[in-house]
Design a binder for this molecule. Sequence first.
Ligand code: SF4
Ligand code: SF4
Length: 106
Amino acid sequence: MTTINCQVTVCSHNKSGVCYANCVDIVGSSAMEDYDTCCGSFLNKLHYAELTNNTLSSGSCDCLKCTVETCTFNNNNLCKLDNIQVSGEKVYYYTQTACDSFKLGR
Ligand code: SF4
Ligand code: SF4
């Protein structure tokens, strides 16, 4: 199971720096650098937090999918790492996030 540490505190799935989304999709199919990747599951708190509870009560996110095939840790659209770091400052759109754990490998 992969733990997703995330500094994007404006995301409504974020609880104390850990992701509690039901499922996370990291995207960026031809990425060459970490900033070419992003979290497609980002939900801006400004829009959604007051409408629904977006943090899972059963625990942190244990469903991580990733389409970044150029990353050395990608195996059939799954991530091989035990934990990853997602980052982003002053995020408004999901494209402003990134998987910091990306490593160019293929
Ligand atoms: S930006 Fe992505 S990884 Fe971070 S809390 Fe939101 S859904 Fe989870
Ligand atoms: S480390 Fe690589 S394979 Fe894992 S989520 Fe990040 S970009 Fe995808």
